[in-house]
Design a protein around this ligand. Structure first.
Ligand SMILES: NC(=O)c1ccc[n+]([C@@H]2O[C@H](COP(=O)([O-])OP(=O)(O)OC[C@H]3O[C@@H](n4cnc5c(N)ncnc54)[C@H](OP(=O)(O)O)[C@@H]3O)[C@@H](O)[C@H]2O)c1
Length: 329
């Protein structure tokens, strides 16, 4: 697979990474361990060198999984993980925590779980209003100086926060939601990233599965699936948003590719420093998603996609209200 560099950081990764969250967390029961290891190793064999995790995925279990799965080729891959939460006894997130001491403790624990002596990319998972971003950036700067971390990232940070953090420790990448049904970063985020030379890692690039056409208003989710709480996945919203998937499906058929590949190729076509990280638990979908790196969208294709998107007003918030409140704008 082609490689891309995240902004001016020099951090080179496969054009499409693997979002590993769903293997342990978020979308129903965790994938059986050997199956998950096979999926991660197959991704590497197919050219994926960028693997995304977080302390919160499990919590802890996803980092442990990556530590085991990636051990045979640790020096050939880039592992990204995240800090920024406290957890209750049941493993639920009990609040934000980016205090310097906590960041250090999480980084040390993540190094052990990931079975490595350096974290390639360490993101703050959500901006913590209780801790100045300069203190967060300064702490990661110290971890970089100590050789425990290579690069610093932010997630769902607003443009002012990005500027302030970057002034203390250059930010290699911002990881925020961006896809054909969530284009807010095109406002003030992408211009700031371009100006400062920061790479962009769109999460949920397949719209949490919806943009692939595999989900419709009749789909039922596992009791533990986070999408049960997302307004954009209410039955009414799915009914309304189906029109977008249908239009994208027509464009995909005409190009003899799949809707998932259109969604990923569209992101790749936006900027050369964008690296989406689709998540899947299934080998056939992994192949399909990796295949998107070879899909070239012409100016006419991009215009047809733009036209399709302009015809549908997407219904439903992308997060329930209590989680939306954590987004830094
Ligand atoms: N920074 C943050 O706050 C944040 C938030 C969310 C996610 N993330 C990261 O971003 C990664 C990706 O985001 P995401 O998992 O939320 O959403 P996504 O990649 O947009 O979609 C994942 C969902 O789509 C399904 N899927 C994947 N490929 C498919 C295909 N080709 N055809 C049909 N269905 C397909 C998967 O189901 P199957 O498993 O059944 O294939 C899964 O339910 C995560 O793994 C995580 O690493 C970060």
């Amino acid at each position: 697979m082609q490689k891309r560099t995240l902004g001016n950081s020099g951090l080179e990764v496969s054009a499409i990474g693997l979002g590993c969250m769903g293997l342990s967390f978020g979308y129903g029961p965790a994938t059986e361990k050997q199956q998950a290891i096979t999926l991660i190793r197959t991704a590497y064999e197919r050219g994926v060198t960028f693997f995304d995790s977080a302390e919160a995925y499990g919590p802890y279990k996803n980092e442990e999984l990556l530590g085991e799965a990636l051990a045979p080729f640790r020096d050939k891959v880039v592992i990204a993980t995240k800090f920024g939460f406290d957890f209750n006894a049941e493993g639920g997130q009990s609040g934000l925590n980016s205090r310097p001491q906590h960041i250090r403790a999480v980084a040390e624990a993540a190094l052990k779980r990931l079975n490595t002596d350096v974290i390639d990319l360490l993101y703050q998972h959500r901006v913590d209003p209780a801790v100045p971003i300069e203190d967060v950036a300064g702490t990661v700067k110290d971890l970089i100086a100590e050789g425990k971390v290579k690069h610093f990232g932010l997630s769902e940070a607003g443009s002012q926060t990005i500027r302030r953090a970057h002034a203390v420790q250059p930010v290699a990448a911002l990881q925020s939601e961006y896809s054909l049904w969530w284009r807010e970063p095109e406002g003030d985020i992408l211009p700031v990233l371009e100006e400062l030379g920061i790479g962009f890692v769109p999460f949920s690039p397949l719209g949490k599965g919806f943009l692939t056409g595999a989900i419709n208003a009749q789909t039922t989710f596992d009791d533990k699936d986070f999408r049960n709480t997302v307004p954009r996945f209410s039955t009414e919203a799915r009914e309304a948003n189906q029109a977008l998937v249908d239009l994208l499906g027509e464009i995909a058929s005409a190009k003899q590719v799949t809707p998932a590949q259109i969604a990923l190729a569209w992101l790749l076509a936006q900027k050369p420093w964008i690296v989406p990280i689709p998540g899947t638990t299934k080998l056939n979908r992994l192949e399909e998603n990796i295949g998107a790196a070879a899909v070239v969208l012409s100016a006419d294709d991009l215009a047809a996609i733009e036209d399709a998107v302009s015809k549908v007003t997407v219904q439903g918030d992308r997060y329930p209200a209590h989680l939306q409140a954590r987004i830094n704008r």
